[in-house]
Write a protein that binds this ligand. Structure first.
Ligand code: ADP
Ligand code: MG
Ligand code: ZN
Length: 591
């Protein structure tokens, strides 16, 4: 993969240097500008839009990687109008397509959708338009399911191609092709046949998911290996990232959320993400008890209720939506000021996309993740069936556990982006509050865990993380404690961090046990256990010490390699403490 990754980058650089995709000297350049202004009513391009459009119009296959909200749709909608014939747009969600169709209708762009819900009349008129030279149709939206399942429709597409009327194939959310992605869809596999069937038609794949591994996989699946890959920066300079240790008592955790919503985010709009439907409803009720205006949104609610909640949130009647990941695609509110993860996401991609719904308007917004080790095991027993589910989860655990690295630097490196530390501009908790860096050797603790696990095994007992920690701290069942294992001198919180590190580094490993009702994650020695038992092997973990001296002293400290300018925007404490205004009591009926 390393080699392939290099070749992607090389190709990218090569093409970009040998050919200036942002040039305005292409034969179609005049028309592109005209369509941009007169049809789409836009003054200019956002980063990489112009490059993508020129490449597509040059018949290059392209994968465009751009964060959500970056403006990917224009990159196929505009070429569709410049080229003759029809652009086929493959998109995973009918609701997303409907939104686009409405927007296109308002701009007088002839577009249609072919889905399972299309009636006979619509189907007929679409099929006529596909084959009729004089038809106005420019964009035809279709779900991958429809393509894969309707032979009749595919036959029409082939005929359209034969007539030279298939101008471009755009595949939205193209990461759904890859098993490595966060929402793999089996029907996207079928799209692999398109390049062979329609070799002269450029393919444009669009996604906000950016790891090279996924890009390579997608190229392979679509048979467009070595195609041009254009990638926009994933840095969202206006988002402030913070990880908080979630209180172990639910009461305390709720109090903290209440406080946030009533002071720091008073009168501001946001989203609170939870892991399960049960958590989602429970949290909404608890917050409502505290007189907060919140609604909840998850997949088990009827579509009508969901759109009501969405509408109330858009209008400001709900300050926040407590949601599962079902609240996602198509959510496009510009002034979302906060996204709180009440529990960690199941991958960095998920976290980036979910938190990325904040601050679309470019103004400061905050992304707070509340981390607790026990949530990791809740999630891992949900994702363990996916081949890469656990690794994806451990990647975000690493983000949470990191003691001092810049949060954006971690995000950037996850998305294979080059990063300079000063680029954060103190817009994360770690850059905002620089701490001394210390290293802690945790090999003895690892060995202590092994002893506790062996002792339990001798009693025919398996240990969950919670039980393992209890035994270590001299709590819980007496027969699980081991006299020769000293109780740690540090807090349980740090003890949890030690365990988390050992888990994500492979010194401990999850051992899933299935009951008819649930999946339990126990811990056992990991693949690196042999190394951990060797005297020469050191396992280390970074911890943060005291805060480093104040800002003005910082900037005079020439020895420091982190040059950070702390702007007035930066705060740890609440920026505005306002008295909580009384809100209308909600009727408590709708969900
Ligand atoms: P993505 O698919 O990348 O998430 P969209 O294509 O849905 O993003 O576009 C997000 C928003 O940005 C839309 O409201 C769109 O109208 C707007 N937009 C796209 N391109 C431009 C542009 N060049 N100038 C101004 N607004 C734009
Ligand atoms: Mg999109
Ligand atoms: Zn930072």
């Amino acid at each position: 993969i390393g080699k392939l990754k290099d070749s992607i980058l090389l190709k990218q650089n090569h093409v970009l240097t040998s050919r200036d995709w942002s040039s305005t000297d292409f034969p179609w350049s005049g028309k592109v500008t005209e369509v941009l202004n007169s049809v789409f009513k836009l003054d200019g391009f956002r980063p990489l839009q112009h490059e993508t459009i020129n490449a597509v119009l040059s018949n290059e296959d392209v994968i465009l990687i751009m964060p959500t909200g970056g403006g990917k749709s224009l990159c196929y909608q505009l070429p569709a109008l410049v080229k003759s014939g029809v652009t086929l747009v493959i998109s995973p969600l009918v609701s997303l397509m409907e939104d686009q169709l409405l927007a296109l209708k308002a701009l007088n762009v002839p577009a249609a959708m072919f889905s399972a819900a299309s009636n006979k009349e619509e189907v007929n008129s679409i099929q006529d338009a596909m084959l009729n030279k004089n038809a106005k149709l420019k964009l035809l939206y279709v779900t991958p399911e429809k393509l894969a399942k309707s032979k009749r429709f595919m036959t029409k597409v082939q005929k359209m191609y034969g007539l030279g009327r298939l101008s471009l194939i755009a595949i939205d959310e193209v990461h759904c092709c890859s098993q490595w992605g966060h929402d793999f869809r089996p029907d996207y596999k079928f799209l692999g046949v398109l390049k062979g069937m329609f070799p002269d038609v450029p393919v444009l794949g669009l996604t906000a998911t950016a790891t090279s591994k996924i890009t390579i996989d997608v190229q392979k699946m679509l048979r467009i290996q070595g195609c041009l890959v254009l990638k926009a920066s994933f840095n969202r300079p206006n988002l402030y990232y913070e990880v908080r240790t979630k209180a172990s008592s639910q009461e305390e955790c709720l109090k903290e959320l209440e406080e946030l919503l009533k002071t720091r985010y008073c009168d501001q709009s946001g989203i609170i993400y939870t892991t399960s439907i049960k958590d989602c409803e429970q949290l909404m009720h608890e917050l409502r008890k505290r007189k907060l205006r919140v609604g909840c949104y998850h997949a088990n609610l009827e579509a009508k209720f969901r759109s009501e909640v969405h509408a109330k949130w858009l209008s400001g009647e709900h300050q926040a939506v407590v949601a599962t990941i079902a609240f996602g695609l198509g959510i496009d509110k510009p002034d979302v000021r906060f996204v709180v993860h009440h529990s960690l996401s199941k991958s960095m991609e998920n976290f980036y996309q979910e938190s990325g719904r904040a601050g679309r308007d470019g103004l400061r917004a905050e992304c707070i993740l509340m981390y607790r080790l026990s949530d990791v095991f809740k999630l891992s027993s949900m994702v363990f069936t996916q081949q890469t589910g656990r690794q994806n989860l451990y990647n975000i655990v690493e983000y949470c556990l990191d003691a001092y690295r810049c949060r954006r630097a971690i995000i950037a490196s996850h998305f294979d982006e080059v990063w300079k530390s000063q680029d954060c501009n103190a817009m994360c908790d770690h850059c905002c509050n620089l701490k001394e860096r210390k290293e802690m050797i945790i090999t003895p603790f690892c060995q202590a865990f092994y002893q506790l696990i062996s002792n339990a095994a001798a009693n025919d007992i398996k240990l969950t993380a919670q039980k393992l920690l209890d035994a270590w701290y001299g709590k819980g069942a007496v027969n699980l404690r081991v006299r020769s294992v000293p109780v740690p001198s540090f807090s349980r919180e740090r003890g949890e961090a030690v365990l988390g590190h050992l888990l994500i580094k492979g010194y401990l490993q999850e051992d899933f046990h299935f009951t008819p009702y649930s999946t339990i994650s126990y811990l056992k020695r990991g693949p690196k256990a042999a190394a951990a038992m060797s005297d020469k092997h050191n396992i280390t973990m970074h911890i943060s010490g005291k805060s480093v001296p104040t800002l003005s002293e910082q900037s005079h400290n020439t020895a420091g390699n982190t040059k950070v300018t702390l702007s007035s925007k930066c705060f740890i404490q609440s920026p505005k403490i306002e008295t909580y205004k009384k809100v209308k009591k909600s009727d408590g009926l709708e969900m």
